[in-house]
Design a protein around this ligand. Structure first.
Ligand SMILES: *Cc1c(COP(=O)(O)O)cnc(C)c1O
Length: 325
């Protein structure tokens, strides 16, 4: 298969800008820092899921589906963006959200409601794949054609969206007369990093891609990401494999767990806002920026290196985290 022949539906405003963050770079002791603004993709406030959804929804439409079902936490950006994509394509949308139904609908959850998604809350720790399969069989019995998107849209198909992001980023950096030395990205279900890593392996060999984990431990994530990246390579017809040892994960910035902001995450979010007017989020990008700051402190970024921070979005969830600030 050729990358240009994979089914794709345009959903994101591309290319996203690559902006130099001079004041933030200075605050970090003189890092040449650029921000890849994937929070600016559009699609109900934007984020990394827009690029994945272009290919995932392309697949759903090609299969003639009229309904999408997906899952995530109560403040899932992926669920919100999938609901928006489905609305835009005239498809029914069902979200299986892990967690309890809150009194107030805030942030992403409020947007899910406004976007007309059917919401189903399941207790934390539920087998969400089984829950989605139940919803799918109910809908099938009613005559619908459902398409189930796994957590985060992190399939090899979705990861192809981030192969294209790698191409875009390298082209922007090269146009400035620079080369990519290090990339920082928040990683959760792994599909975003998998695609990016695959693309950069081909186009910027030697560049370090750091995935700052927001939940899982590094061992499991390395295997997951290497697997998705290698399957995505098959999809686009590249004779390339990504091995778990090539996947750089730092899981020391998770804090108490997924969705629980750490003090470093709150500090990093404040610093980006106060130096650049840049809004990070308390679940993903705040932790990723805390990781970048930690690597600077540990001397892991050499002076003169070009560092790209991939802003994957998520600011909508900030509205559900007021008490942390
Ligand atoms: C989903 C998400 C990520 C992580 O992407 P994965 O592909 O799940 O690893 C990072 N940042 C934000 C804001 C997200 O919503």
């Amino acid at each position: 298969m050729n990358i240009g022949t994979l089914p794709r539906i345009r959903l994101a405003n591309l290319p996203t800008p690559l902006e130099e963050a001079r004041r933030l770079g200075e605050a970090l002791g003189g890092v040449r820092l650029f921000v890849k603004r994937d929070d600016d993709t559009g699609l109900a406030t934007g984020g990394n899921k827009a690029r994945k959804l272009e290919f995932v929804m392309g697949d759903a439409v090609r299969q003639g589906c009229d309904t999408v079902i997906t899952t995530g936490g109560v403040q899932s950006n992926h669920a919100r963006m999938t609901a928006a994509a489905a609305a835009k394509l005239g498809m029914k949308r069902v979200l299986v959200l892990e967690g309890s139904k809150p009194e107030d609908y805030q942030g992403n959850l409020l947007l899910d409601k406004v976007l007309g998604a059917e919401l189903s809350f399941v207790p934390e720790g539920s087998d969400v794949d089984a829950e989605m399969a139940k919803v799918a069989s109910r809908l099938r019995a009613e005559g619908a054609k459902p398409f189930v998107i796994p957590l985060g849209g992190s399939t090899p198909t979705g990861a192809v969206g981030y192969v294209l992001c790698a191409m875009e980023m390298v082209s922007q950096v090269v146009d400035m007369g620079l080369k990519v030395d290090q990339v920082f990205i928040a990683t959760g279900s792994g599909g975003t990093m998998a695609g990016l890593l695959l693309g950069l392996k081909a186009l910027a060999p030697g560049a370090k891609v750091w995935g700052i984990s927001v939940g899982k431990g590094s061992g499991r994530l390395r295997d997951t990401i290497a697997g998705i990246a290698s399957e995505a390579a098959d999809l686009v017809g590249w004779p390339v494999r990504v091995e778990p040892e090539e996947v750089l994960i730092d899981d020391s910035y998770v804090g108490e767990g997924y969705g629980i902001p750490s003090p470093e995450c709150i500090d990093a979010t404040r610093l980006a806002a106060n130096t650049e007017g840049l809004i990070l989020d308390p679940v993903y990008t705040g932790k990723a920026m805390a990781g970048l700051m930690g690597h600077v402190k540990q001397g892991m970024i050499r002076p003169g290196e070009t560092v790209v921070f991939v802003h994957t979005g998520g600011a909508a969830s900030l509205f559900a985290y007021d008490r942390w600030f």
